[in-house]
Design a binder for this molecule. Structure first.
Ligand code: MG
Length: 366
């Protein structure tokens, strides 16, 4: 019974290696709320969640002012009990992104402490379904890249062994998106998976029109074509196009995922362990998807998701966006396009505390 004896949290501003753009936003810095839990015998659990640039101080305040005081004294062997108690304590701000991110920072730390106490890697503790998971690359195919650069990056990804690439779409002219996809497909050949991501950029009619234009390129999925709360619109689109529809990075609860599955509005789910509230609810989303015959391809956070996708039988892809390299010493092992979950006890992330410290702004909640 690893009792949580102390808990603290802080906010880091982790730079991105290169600016990332999509149809609606630019990702220039990862705000990262880190939670540290001290257990017995020097055991420590470390978790985190993130934003891509706004709201980090609000998440930290919720964690520090309301949640951490309820964490001390809890049993890290019982993540369900603690998660439910914390959720009930924030009921007036649930369901919502800030609360989900706050819960996730704590829940991932609880699982880290629990796994370390048991001497077990997260992938095994959470189910251990697969030895490895297929990798696809997103880092080379942002919207601001010109077609030549996009094609070169996609070819480089194929040469490096990735099984797929994700291309951002949402150019002003639909024909420009189609031309970029045609060039990428031509360059990588028929064996490579190509996903596209609209980041909620289209209206219903525009999404249907653009999906039709992109159908010749044998796409693995079209991601977030519409506003994330338009379940009906996604269901209509799913029935009108042969391209599988993927959603999940902008959903914040198990119930929101269920609504998509019930409506037949998604063929691929992309739960984000931070945005859905942690490992505890992430696993429920994955298992629910399995019951609907739907694979999961988690959004971002490959350092955590490699273990979770491997833990469940329907974990299909992990998204390659190395974001923690500047503040960690651990690296994801991969071979022949497949990522291997870490085998060390815990969630598998070794933080470089000196590097992490350098990303803290002193004035924040000092
Ligand atoms: Mg996306």
């Amino acid at each position: 019974m690893p009792t949580i004896e102390r808990a603290d949290a802080w906010l880091c501003h982790i730079p991105v290696a290169a600016v990332r753009t999509d149809a609606v936003q630019s990702f220039v810095e990862q705000e990262t709320v880190v939670v540290r839990l001290a257990g017995p015998d020097g055991l420590e659990g470390r978790g985190y969640s993130y934003t891509i640039g706004t709201g980090g101080t609000a998440v930290l305040a919720l964690v520090e002012d309301y949640l951490l005081p309820r964490v001390v004294g809890a049993d890290a062997a019982r993540p369900e009990a603690l998660w439910d108690r914390l959720r009930r304590s924030t009921l007036a701000t649930t369901v919502g992104p800030i609360t989900a991110l706050a819960l996730a920072a704590i829940d991932t730390a609880v699982w880290d402490l629990r796994a370390r106490a048991l001497g077990t890697p997260l992938a095994h503790l959470a189910g251990g379904a697969q030895d490895s998971v297929a990798l696809y690359d997103t880092e080379g195919c942002w919207l601001h890249f010109g077609t030549d650069e996009l094609v070169a990056n996609a070819v480089a990804a194929a040469d490096a062994g990735f099984g797929g690439v994700k291309v951002k779409i949402g150019k002003e002219r639909a024909a420009d998106d189609a031309a970029r996809l045609a060039a990428v497909r031509d360059a990588v050949g028929p064996g490579m998976a190509i996903m596209v991501d609209a980041n909620q950029g289209f209206t219903r009619d525009e999404a249907a029109r653009r999906a039709h234009l992109l159908e010749p390129y044998d796409l693995t999925w079209i991601e977030e074509p519409l506003a994330a709360d338009d379940v009906e619109g996604h269901a209509l689109l799913a029935r009108s196009t042969s391209i599988p529809v993927a959603v999940g990075e902008s959903l914040y609860s198990l119930g929101q995922f269920r609504a998509y599955l019930d409506a037949g509005a998604a063929s691929v789910l992309q739960p984000d362990v931070a945005r859905v509230g942690g490992i505890t609810p992430w696993l429920k989303v994955a298992h629910l998807a399995e019951a609907f015959g739907v694979p999961v391809a988690p959004h971002f956070l490959m350092e955590l998701h490699v273990s979770l996708a491997a833990a469940v039988p329907n974990g299909r892809w992990v998204e390659w966006i190395p974001q923690l390299d500047s503040v960690t010493t651990s690296r994801i092992r991969h071979a022949r396009g497949r990522a291997l979950p870490p085998d060390a006890p815990g969630i598998g992330i070794d933080w470089d505390d000196r590097a992490l410290e350098s990303t803290v702004k002193a004035k924040e909640r000092a």
